[in-house]
Design a binder for this molecule. Structure first.
Ligand SMILES: C[S@@+](CC[C@H](N)C(=O)[O-])C[C@H]1O[C@@H](n2cnc3c(N)ncnc32)[C@H](O)[C@@H]1O
Length: 253
């Protein structure tokens, strides 16, 4: 059921990159649910279920999919229900530029009712090159690396690849209204030091270095201005994590 295709674009060297230092720390973060993936996953499921009828085609693109911990669960459940009702399986494409992440993703249980493909690629370049359309384009915890300057190009590629009636869903760090990126980072680092107590000291130091260097959360207003610049409809915030650090934003095609 699995296929790994095409290696596009070499992963850039970045000493602060959380994922070059192995997946163990990130898997601990996921395991302790410090990024609220459980709650966010429940909301994502509601969003997808309310958007599509069981008879609708669903091609689900997971950008920067990582280990697909939440999305494999979602599509395996949705796929199972659809096939029981005689509907075609879900097509799932996971894109990530880390071979290690894709090795973990390949071990996830997608069920037998989902056709799964993985692509090792930069996610923006994947979108730029792909001809297919997707009913759901999802990105989790990765678009914030682009910064405000690169967001309009990203949105333009998403718009090009979104099927009519489809949705773009982002689960990302967001600044509070009027909050600057630096104040957001201080708030994030305070939370990590105070609440992420199950990580080892070197794990905490690694996340703080990575986020301080690579994370560029924006406000929803700035995010939507970038989306509209690319011709996308503005997104609606449908979920905010209890610590107000992360949010799900949904854009209709
Ligand atoms: C914080 S993890 C998020 C994984 C998953 N989406 C989640 O929510 O748990 C970030 C993922 O993005 C991948 N990544 C980072 N930059 C990328 C890029 N430019 N293109 C493709 N994948 C990228 C990393 O390899 C990693 O798997």
């Amino acid at each position: 059921m699995f296929e790994i295709i095409g290696v596009r674009n070499v992963r850039p060297e970045n000493p602060a990159d959380l994922f070059q230092q192995g997946w163990d720390n990130y898997r601990l973060i996921l395991g302790h649910d410090y990024l609220w993936h459980s709650l966010a996953g429940q909301k994502l499921r509601k969003v997808v279920v309310s958007q599509f009828r069981p008879s609708d085609t669903i091609r689900f693109l997971d950008l920067a999919c990582g280990s697909c911990k939440s999305t494999s669960l979602l599509v395996s459940d949705l796929g199972g229900v659809r096939v029981m009702m005689g509907q075609p399986p879900i097509e799932f494409v996971g894109v990530d530029n880390s071979p290690e992440a894709l090795r973990f993703a390949k071990c996830m249980n997608f069920g037998t009712s989902v056709r799964v493909t993985f692509v090792e690629s930069d996610f923006v370049e994947y979108l730029r090159g792909v001809d297919s359309l997707f009913e759901v384009i999802y990105i989790g915890m990765s678009a914030h690396h682009l910064g405000l300057e690169r967001l309009p190009d990203f949105f333009a590629q998403v718009k090009k690849s979104l099927a009519p009636g489809g949705i773009f869903v982002a689960y990302e760090p967001f600044c509070l209204p009027g909050e600057t990126r630096n104040v957001y980072i201080e708030r994030l680092h305070r939370t990590i030091r105070e609440k992420w107590t199950k990580l080892k000291p070197e794990g905490i130091a690694n996340v703080i270095a990575h986020t301080g260097e690579c994370d560029f959360a924006v406000t929803l207003a700035d995010w939507n201005a970038a989306a509209e610049k690319a011709g996308m409809k503005p997104g609606e915030m449908v979920f905010e994590s209890p610590d107000q650090l992360f949010a799900i934003v949904v854009h209709e095609a």
